[in-house]
Every structure is written in C-alpha cells, then in structure tokens.
Design a binder for this molecule. Structure first.
Ligand SMILES: NC(=O)c1ccc[n+]([C@@H]2O[C@H](COP(=O)([O-])OP(=O)(O)OC[C@H]3O[C@@H](n4cnc5c(N)ncnc54)[C@H](OP(=O)(O)O)[C@@H]3O)[C@@H](O)[C@H]2O)c1
Length: 261
C-alpha cells in the first residue's frame, strides 16, 4: 500500500525507517531543506503539497504537531476518500475529534508512539475507529512493529498509555540524570558517570526484554544479602518512591485527558 506522511518531522522519520519500500512513500513537508534531506537520505518522494501526498497514497500518517492539525485537516479533507486510511500519531487527539476534523470518508487509526521509535525500539499503541479496514490496521501494526513494538488497545486506555510509554522516555532519562549526578558526587567525571548510567539503563532493559525473568526475581537476584546493591536499595525501596512514580503517571494521564477534550 502506498504510504503518505502529512508532516515529515522527527517522528515521521522514525516511522519511515521501518517502511521497507521507501520508493512508495510520499512525504508532505513545509520546510524545503528537510524535504531535500529526506529525498537524499531515503529516496522518498517529497512535496510541499499536503493534498498531493493524500492523492498519491492510501495509508496516510498524520505527523504534525497538535496545533497544526486544524490547518492540515482543512486542506486535505476534500481529498480524502473511502480508499484512504488516516493514521494519526498526534498526542491527545481522539478518534472522535479526528473524525470531526477530517470528515466521514477515510478509515481512522490512532497511534500513541514514543520517542524510542527513532531508535527502532519504540512502543506504540494502536486503536481504530469502527469501519476502518482490518487490512489497513494490520499494515499500520506491521509498520510500527518494524520500529519497535506495537499493541492494539481500546481508546479508553490511551491516557494511561500516554502517561506510561508516551512520556516514559523522559522519566527513564531523568533517572539516568539522577544516577549521573550521584556518580559525580562520588567522585566520577561527569562524562564517565553519564556513560555508566546510560549503558546500565540500556543493558538492563535489553536483558529484561530478552529474558523471561519477573522483575521482582531480577531485583532480588541483584540484591545479594549483605551486598552493595542491597545497601543502596534500602534507600530506594521505600513506599514514597513508588507513590511518587504513580503520582507522576497519574498527573501525565490527567493532562492527556485534558488535552483530548
Ligand atoms: N516527539 C515525541 O516524543 C512524540 C511522542 C508521541 C507522539 N508524538 C506526536 O507526533 C507528532 C509529531 O511530532 P514530532 O516530534 O515529529 O514533530 P516535528 O518534528 O515538529 O514534526 C512536525 C513536522 O510537520 C511539519 N508541518 C507542520 N505543518 C505542516 C503543514 N501544514 N504542511 C506540511 N508540513 C507541516 C513541521 O514543519 P514546521 O516545523 O515548519 O512547522 C515539522 O517539520 C506530534 O503531533 C506529537 O504529538 C510525538
């Protein structure tokens, strides 16, 4: 299926990297330098015209910032047909609001991806409006799975997804920042502490994803009795820590709900 992009920024490029047939991709993008760079790097077709991208493709990713959606919808609505499926990755825009903005004809898929898509290790949740072709939804899941993991969920879960995997990269990076600062306080050079923190975060995530070990078993395995990790965990494993994390996610979910209104 020919794939189009409305907006060719950071996230669009992450998704593009997972599309095998880049010659069948048409990307509409405002910035001329960005168009030239994408053509050179991937061999895709680019255009300044949103309507051209819609007319030449069937599966159309909406990848502009939330504040640009109304303008894009006004431009492409007359060009969308029953043969199109519009796939929105825009945070907070519900299927109902997209339907209102883009009209009744095209199939609609809503995706909540995360930034790790840009490293082909993204986490995306997918839901579709009633009547959207199953083959189009399968195609979306296939593309997103090529840039990480993709799961089909109900739209009611999207605020929680936004809070956990959507915002999650910032929370893990914050933890790495805190560990880097802790390492510096113990006398390490900042760049060394940063490398140690980041590679430890990456390696731990890789190990846990590749091995079927429950988190609790893993934690207890590292925390040998009387050892160094156990001494550290005395400070971290307190009810207030998990409470703070839960409150962080709840605040992000509440904001997602508010933005979706
Ligand atoms: N970044 C994340 O972690 C993340 C996670 C989940 C979901 N998302 C969603 O993904 C979407 C894209 O985010 P992003 O980080 O990729 O944004 P981005 O890098 O700013 O990309 C958006 C691109 O669309 C272009 N654009 C805007 N209006 C246009 C128009 N009328 N015609 C053609 N091109 C147009 C922008 O050009 P200008 O810069 O010139 O306006 C920009 O190059 C957002 O809606 C966001 O909510 C992002």
């Amino acid at each position: 299926m020919k794939t189009g992009f409305l907006g060719a920024g950071k996230m669009a490029e992450g998704i593009l990297s997972a599309i095998a047939d880049k010659k069948a991709v048409v990307m509409a993008e405002k910035v001329p330098e960005r168009r030239a760079a994408l053509e050179k790097k991937y061999g895709v077709t680019t255009t300044a015209s949103l309507v051209e991208a819609v007319k030449k493709t069937r599966l159309v990713f909406l990848a502009v910032r939330p504040q640009d959606v109304a303008e894009v919808a006004a431009a492409v609505k007359p060009a969308l047909t029953e043969k199109h499926t519009l796939v929105s990755i825009v945070a907070g825009k519900s299927l109902a609001s997209l339907r209102k903005a883009f009209g009744p004809k095209a199939g609609l898929v809503r995706v909540m991806p995360n930034l790790a898509l840009r490293a082909s290790a993204g986490m995306s949740a997918v839901c579709a409006s009633k009547g959207t072709s199953e083959s189009a939804v399968r195609e979306v899941v296939k593309i997103l799975s090529g840039a990480g993991e993709a799961v089909i969920l109900k739209e009611k879960d999207f605020d929680a997804v936004t809070a956990l995997s959507g915002s999650g990269p910032a929370y893990f990076a914050y933890m790495a920042e805190a560990m880097t600062e802790g390492g510096v306080k113990l006398g390490l050079k900042k760049d060394v502490a940063l490398l140690l923190a980041m590679q430890t975060m990456y390696g731990t995530a890789k190990f846990l994803r590749e091995n079927d070990v429950p988190l609790r078993t893993f934690i207890e395995g590292v925390c040998t009795k009387g050892g160094t990790t156990a001494a550290g965990m005395v400070k971290l494993d307190v009810p207030s820590f998990k409470k703070t994390v839960a409150e962080t996610l709840a605040a992000a979910a509440a904001r997602s709900k508010e933005l979706g209104k």
